[in-house]
Design a protein around this ligand. Structure first.
Ligand code: NI
Length: 168
């Protein structure tokens, strides 16, 4: 069990674009397992490798109430989307901040599972929202960047103040 350090906005490394995984080797398997440990420990529904400062296209998600349905998406790609829906989002990299973001309502994602097997999944609701949020992370984008410049600046200074307090 390993709890990894989660980067906090506005850390510059959250803007690094993650690279494709070429092979699901031991290193990737360990990363996936550590990411689940970290996500469950922090009560998140999803975590992208970018957030733990590992810049490979790996996402872990569990949207179940019981916290017993881990899902892995390696090299995820949205191949179809439909509709628009506005919903509230939060992020382990932006603690304490929740705001509304508009996303596709229904998506089909293509990805590899933890064994490197390709699969397609059509979904909506919380899972669809979460997959889009996590793929954004892999592309170096944090959800607050959909908000107004004014809001982003407020969030930035709030989080920087918090970080200073924790450090002191
Ligand atoms: Ni996030």
């Amino acid at each position: 069990m390993a709890i990894l350090n989660v980067l906090k906005y506005p850390d510059e490394n959250l803007h690094i674009v993650a690279e494709q995984v070429k092979e699901v080797d031991e290193e990737i398997k360990t990363l996936i397992s550590d990411m689940f440990d970290t996500m469950y420990e922090l009560n998140g529904v999803g975590l992208a490798a970018t957030q733990v400062d590992r810049h490979v296209r790996v996402v872990v998600i569990d949207v179940s109430e019981e916290r017993n349905q881990p899902q892995v998406f390696i090299n995820p790609k949205i191949i179809a989307s439909e509709g628009e829906i506005e919903g509230e989002e939060g992020c382990l990299s932006v603690p304490g901040i929740y705001d509304k973001v508009t996303r596709a309502e229904r998506i089909t994602v293509s990805a590899w599972d933890e064994n490197g097997e390709i699969f397609n999944l059509e979904t909506d609701g919380l899972l669809a929202k979460c997959i889009q949020h996590e793929i954004d992370h892999l592309n170096g984008k944090v959800f607050v960047e959909y908000l107004s410049r004014l809001k982003q600046n407020r969030i930035k200074s709030k989080l920087l103040k918090q970080a200073k307090k924790e450090f002191a």
